[in-house]
Design a protein. Structure first.
Ligand SMILES: [Fe+2]
Ligand SMILES: [Fe+2]
Length: 230
């Protein structure tokens, strides 16, 4: 009996139409090289060491990494926006210190998104632009308003990380889950410090504090909900 030959595996390499390319085409952006590199390494399983989770853990962990990556990237941009306006003022060094920590948070989640092969949020370019604008506009309103922005953002992030930790505690402790819990605990503590720094720098005395805080917290919650799924 003649055995049927299996169809030979194709060696063709197709270039996927990535979300970054989509945004490039839609709004003419051309500088998302870093995100494009992340997307490619996620899609093509590069030489980066990878962790494969069981299906139940994957269903929970992937959206967590996606939203945290988007959030830390947005935090990096918020502080960049604040530094652009207030970098040379008396609060410059304080903002710079928080920004330096946010850059490390962003780098860590860029590492994890590759390691766990998580698709980045579709709206990453939008978060980058919006977050920078949020940091810059509140800074133009004054140092206290910039600190009010920090307090509002960090309040939501601390709550968000605490919620994730509660979920992770209910899972079986595999190597991957323990690593993510450690990262989230460390970052949660640093976000809490940023929140406290904002309060110490008179955030609550900013003009229209309650309204400003409400608007920024609402925007962050919308961002979180969107980035979890998309
Ligand atoms: Fe952060
Ligand atoms: Fe922070």
């Amino acid at each position: 009996m003649e055995l049927r030959r299996k169809t030979p595996a194709t060696t063709e390499t197709r270039t996927p139409y990535t979300c970054i390319q989509f945004w490039n085409n839609v709004i003419g952006l051309r500088h998302w090289d870093n995100m494009l590199t992340i997307e490619r390494s996620v899609r093509y399983a590069s030489t980066f060491p990878q962790v494969r989770l069981n299906p139940k853990a994957k269903k929970l962990i992937h959206p967590m990494i996606r939203v945290n990556h988007a959030g830390e990237l947005a935090a990096d941009r918020i502080y960049a926006g604040q530094m652009a306006i207030l970098g040379k003022t008396s609060v410059g060094p304080t903002i710079q210190h928080m920004w330096d920590q946010e850059k490390k948070h962003r780098e860590k989640f860029e590492e994890l998104i590759k390691k766990y092969r998580v698709r980045p949020s579709f709206f990453v370019p939008l978060w980058e632009v919006t977050a920078f604008a949020m940091g810059a506009v509140t800074s133009l309103m004054g140092q206290r308003a910039a600190m009010a922005c920090t307090v509002a953002v960090e309040t939501v992030i601390v709550e968000h990380y605490n919620e994730q930790l509660r979920v992770l505690q209910s899972l079986e402790k595999t190597e991957g889950i323990e690593e993510i819990m450690e990262v989230i605990k460390t970052f949660r503590d640093e976000e809490q410090e940023h929140h406290d720094t904002g309060i110490e720098n008179e955030a609550e005395r900013a003009p229209f504090y309650d309204m400003l805080s409400f608007l920024i917290r609402s925007a962050c919650k919308v961002g979180i909900t969107t980035a979890v799924a998309l």
